[in-house]
Design a protein around this ligand. Structure first.
Ligand code: ING
Length: 312
């Protein structure tokens, strides 16, 4: 028996600072309608899909910074996306900058939301692994100030029942950390959705640049196989404000094989029919955690709360 979910990886090309949310949502609606024609149940959009990747700039004016955030989801600019998706009977994952207020206290997260086919909100994720730096580093060709503009997500990694299976979310740098997949894997996850904005050049380690696309797929393929789950990684790609970003959005099977991939740096939809039951042959054999995983024998490091590597 199979549990089919037809998934569309809805890669976006560059979003420039001059592009309005309405223009971006219009581009997303084109991909959503194409996904409907191709029988998709679920469409995955990138991280921070609604605006340009603003952490590339050092800003001090809070009003300017907050212009990149969404105080409500859906809001006026995104309601058309929610409405059309519900009309088409398609669920979606959307990455966006969340401005959350609790009384007079404001928190700012790099977030994603998961919406079911009936338009109901299944869950929200707030990014844990914030890369980059928090102070201006003028020697860099561009900044990466996620640590400055976002708070660390307090809820961690949660899996949700949706689309006939168990679905988890992550964002961009999260995909590089094995803990992301394992914490979802320990919840039985069968489909991990990850939007990303990844510059080709990483200023602290230019020697890695040539391997950017390799590392992108390496981490998602490993995470998929080692936890017996589908993984969908979706880029905002191309040259944004003079900063080239990788594409190669991909749908990865629990075997670790890439079954669909984007091949441009523009708006592009890659589609795959995903049988969630393909997770079973990994979760019940090589990665049967109950039978084979021995955390009680991994030594003291495994049980320490903050297992930090020794300083270099
Ligand atoms: N971006 C990047 C990512 O983890 C990065 C940061 C770039 C890390 C290049 C390593 C190399 O894909 C975000 N937004 O996390």
């Amino acid at each position: 028996m199979a549990r089919w979910v037809t998934v569309g990886a809805a890669q976006l090309g560059p979003v420039q600072r001059r592009h309005s949310r309405a223009e971006v949502v219009e581009r997303m609606l084109v991909l959503l309608r194409r996904a409907a024609e191709m029988g998709c149940d679920l469409v995955v959009f990138p991280e921070l899909a609604l605006t340009t990747f603003f952490p590339r700039w050092f800003m001090t004016d809070q009003a300017e910074i907050d212009s990149f955030f969404e105080p409500e989801m859906p809001g006026p600019a995104t309601a058309p996306l929610f409405d059309e998706a519900a009309r088409l009977g398609i669920g979606f994952y959307l990455g966006y900058a969340e401005l959350a207020t609790d009384g007079d206290r404001a928190s700012r997260y790099n977030s994603s939301i998961l919406v079911e086919r009936d338009g109901s909100v299944v869950g929200k994720y707030r990014k844990v692994h914030l890369p980059g730096h928090d102070e201006h580093e003028p020697r860099r060709r561009f900044q990466h100030l996620e640590k400055r503009y976002f708070d660390v997500g307090p809820e961690g990694f949660r899996a949700f029942r949706a689309f006939g299976g168990i679905v988890g979310m992550a964002l961009c740098n999260d995909r590089r950390w094995p803990e992301t997949y394992r914490l979802l894997g320990l919840q039985g996850v069968e489909l991990v959705l990850i939007g990303y904005n990844t510059p080709v050049h990483n200023p602290p380690a230019p020697e890695h640049d040539l391997l950017g696309n390799f590392h992108n797929h390496l981490v998602m393929q490993a995470g998929a196989y080692q936890n017996g789950t589908w993984v969908v990684g979706v880029a905002k790609a191309g040259d944004e404000e003079g900063v080239p970003m990788i594409g190669q959005s991909a749908i990865v099977a629990p075997s670790g094989e890439i079954v669909a991939q984007c091949s441009t740096l523009d708006d592009e939809l890659a589609v795959a029919r995903c049988d969630l039951d393909r997770c079973t042959s990994y979760k019940t054999t090589v990665f049967d955690f109950g039978r084979h995983r021995r955390i009680e024998h991994y030594g003291p490091i495994a049980t320490q709360a903050a297992a930090l590597p020794p300083p270099l």
